[in-house]
Design a protein around this ligand. Structure first.
Ligand code: SF4
Length: 237
């Protein structure tokens, strides 16, 4: 049994492919493991559902997602047959934030933006992960300077030291697109309109060719600040 003090990466003896590490993780932790999706693409969901149909998948509805993200979620339900477990921010907290600070408080400062992300994303994520022993994310090293230190299997000290698995860590966006095409998977149509990284509608814009993939997220901030606290952040707890 993996305990809080063991290194889960040492348990895994496979070939390091996304499918292999996912199979190990699902065999090892189901039903106390879930795949997190931001509904940018459905690669991980498809891989996991190919291993076991009853895989748990969750997402966070911040209340400010683009229409295309909801369309992708609907396609996951209809074409992949997966019932997404949704988590929402606490409505009292959102009411207070919007009443006292307005609808665009996140533009005022880095601290204000992080407060909004905490209320709408980080706190719901804590609820989503409570009771789990492991979670699966679609994070990749090529996405941003903030993600260079990722490992495929690691302890998540931000979330109670549960196991965090990043099967696509070494994939490129080209690998993702090739998998989508090969399996005719639904994906977020904003990708076709120059959005390589998709979050809330009001905080995401398309990027120019050659720009950093996450340059369109909180484009008014410095690159090293471009995380919402879901994956890192002493500030976020
Ligand atoms: S991405 Fe923007 S709107 Fe969404 S939670 Fe963060 S600051 Fe708020």
């Amino acid at each position: 049994m993996t305990t809080e003090n063991t290194d889960p990466a040492k348990e895994y003896q496979g070939d390091g492919s996304p499918q292999d590490v996912l199979r190990w993780a699902l065999d090892r932790f189901h039903p106390r493991i879930a795949v997190a999706t931001s509904l940018q693409d459905t690669v991980l969901i498809h891989m996991a559902a190919s291993i076991r149909k009853d895989v748990r998948v969750f997402s966070i509805d911040t209340g400010r997602l683009p229409e295309e993200t909801y369309a992708c979620a609907d396609a996951v339900r209809k074409t992949l047959g997966i019932r997404i477990e949704w988590y929402f921010p606490r409505h009292e907290t959102v009411q207070k934030l919007e009443t006292e600070e307005g609808l665009f408080s996140f533009k005022k400062s880095l601290e204000a933006r992080r407060t909004c992300c905490f209320i709408r994303k980080v706190e719901p994520l804590h609820r989503a992960l409570s009771g789990l022993d492991a979670w699966v994310t679609g994070q990749r090293k090529d996405e941003n300077v903030t993600r260079n230190g990722l490992a495929m299997i690691e302890r998540d000290s931000t979330h109670g030291n549960i196991v965090k698995i990043n099967p696509l860590i070494n994939w490129s966006s080209e690998d993702v697109h090739a998998y989508i095409e090969k399996h005719h998977l639904p994906y977020n149509r904003l990708i076709d309109r120059g959005y390589p990284s998709i979050g809330c509608a009001c905080c995401t814009r398309p990027v120019e060719p050659g720009e950093d993939p996450r340059a369109g997220r909180w484009w008014w901030e410095q690159p090293e600040h471009k995380e919402c606290g879901l994956h890192a952040g002493n500030w976020s707890i």
